[in-house]
Design a protein around this ligand. Structure first.
Ligand code: GTP
Length: 389
């Protein structure tokens, strides 16, 4: 071999080796699979990639987000578990006494000092009237109190307080039937019609009553027969949804009687225990609308008897609340009263006045803005809270 041939051979070898090296450097390196895939690879598979069951291209696509993830199933709504009604008044009692202090303190301070002068008896009367007890019940209470304190020769403030408690309790009516009638006859649902002026807390009350019933393991259906305002139906639906209770509703301006009818019809078909129907109470002075309320009840009763008509009254409206009570009482047979916003007034005597006015018992009281701040009314607890001050 000549020297020239040797030089040519060396040059060819250098070119080949250089090209190979350049190819190796330029070749994209395959990354190691991510750690979780690594976990699945055995040592043998790492040494012999051809044996791998995991396709690295697929892994890369996954990394690049090419393969779409399975959409997550929608989370089931978490239902609230409402508080049982039994313990509620105990929890809310302080709100009652807070709102009643002027009445309780006023009476006790006067009665604590032995024999009363005429002026002091007048002061007692004024205190009762200022607390919205009403003229008739106030006169009755003062007359009875005077007679008993004199007859029993009461001088001791503790004894005077006990007599006052007894007399107040007598006025509140400890033996009135305060059960809410929610059981229908012949396998029909109980039907509760909730009426009252707008803004008194009617829709809130329907929502809260649904919670009371759910806490007692009763099945419930709501009817949004307040069709004046779409928002009222939305509000009701939201209340129900929180505790898994459905709502029957229609469009704004629909006939409230037909919504009531459809709700009870569905309640019967679904076999629910109780149907609660919210109604519109706008402009209670307009006879047309009040007639309409009467119609709602009549039409509902083509399906099933109404077992309870609850009138919602705002305790802070005083005498105006009594006027409302009177008007509603003329249109539908009110069977129970729900007194809302009792936490916001010192005029707790309205309980006594409104019962007298309608001859119907207060069955529930609203004592706050929380979802379970509606308590069954208990006369003894009420009077005790009144005199706690
Ligand atoms: N402090 C207090 N507020 C209450 C009570 N009950 C209801 N409310 C409030 O009163 C306001 C009116 O309640 P709604 O239920 O909307 O009154 P409504 O009578 O149904 O009026 P519409 O829905 O407009 O028909 C709301 O802000 C409630 O939170 C209560 O017992 N105490």
């Amino acid at each position: 071999m000549t020297t020239e041939t040797l030089v040519v051979l060396i040059a060819v070898a250098v070119v080949i080796l250089g090209g190979g090296l350049a190819y190796l450097i330029a070749k994209p390196r395959r990354e190691l699979p991510p750690p979780d895939v690594m976990d699945e690879l055995t040592e043998r598979e790492i040494e012999h990639p051809e044996l791998r069951e995991v396709d690295l291209d697929e892994v890369e696509e996954l990394e690049a987000g090419v393969l779409e993830e399975e959409p997550a199933a929608p989370a089931a709504p978490t239902l609230e578990r409402p508080e049982t009604p039994q313990g509620r008044l105990a929890r809310l009692r302080s709100r009652l006494s807070r709102s009643q202090t002027s009445l309780g303190r006023g009476l006790l301070s006067l009665l604590g000092g032995g024999d009363l002068t005429e002026d002091q008896w007048e002061e007692i009367e004024d205190t009762l009237l200022a607390a919205d007890v009403g003229v008739g019940p106030t006169t009755e209470l003062v007359t009875n109190l005077r007679a008993r304190l004199a007859a029993e020769g009461v001088k001791d403030p503790e004894r005077a307080k006990a007599v006052l408690r007894d007399e107040l309790l007598g006025l509140v009516g400890p033996s009135l039937d305060r059960t809410m009638h929610t059981t229908g006859d012949d396998n029909l649902p109980g039907v509760v019609l909730v009426v009252g002026v707008n803004g008194t807390g009617k829709t809130t009350t329907v929502g809260r009553l649904a919670r009371v019933l759910v806490a007692e393991d009763r099945s419930v259906l709501l009817g949004a027969a307040d069709t004046f305002r779409a928002a009222a139906a939305d509000q009701l639906e939201t209340w129900g949804a929180r505790v898994g209770v459905p709502t029957v509703r229609s469009h704004e301006g629909a006939d409230p009687a037909s919504v009531g009818f459809e709700t009870v019809k569905q309640g019967i078909a679904d076999g629910v225990d109780v149907v609660l129907v919210d109604t519109a109470g706008r402009l209670h002075t307009k006879s047309g609308l009040m007639d309409e309320l009467g119609k709602v009840k009549r039409v509902i009763e083509k399906q099933a008897p109404v077992t309870e008509v609850l009138l919602v009254i705002d305790a802070t409206t005083g005498q105006n609340g009594l006027t409302q009570a009177r008007v509603f009482g003329e249109v539908v047979d009110v069977t129970g009263i729900v007194l809302t916003k009792l936490d916001g007034t010192a005029k707790g005597g309205i309980v006594i006045a409104v019962q007298r006015e309608l001859g119907v018992p207060v069955k529930y009281v609203g004592l706050g803005e929380g979802p379970d701040d509606l308590a069954p009314f208990d006369p003894a607890d009420f009077v005790d809270a009144l005199l706690e001050a």
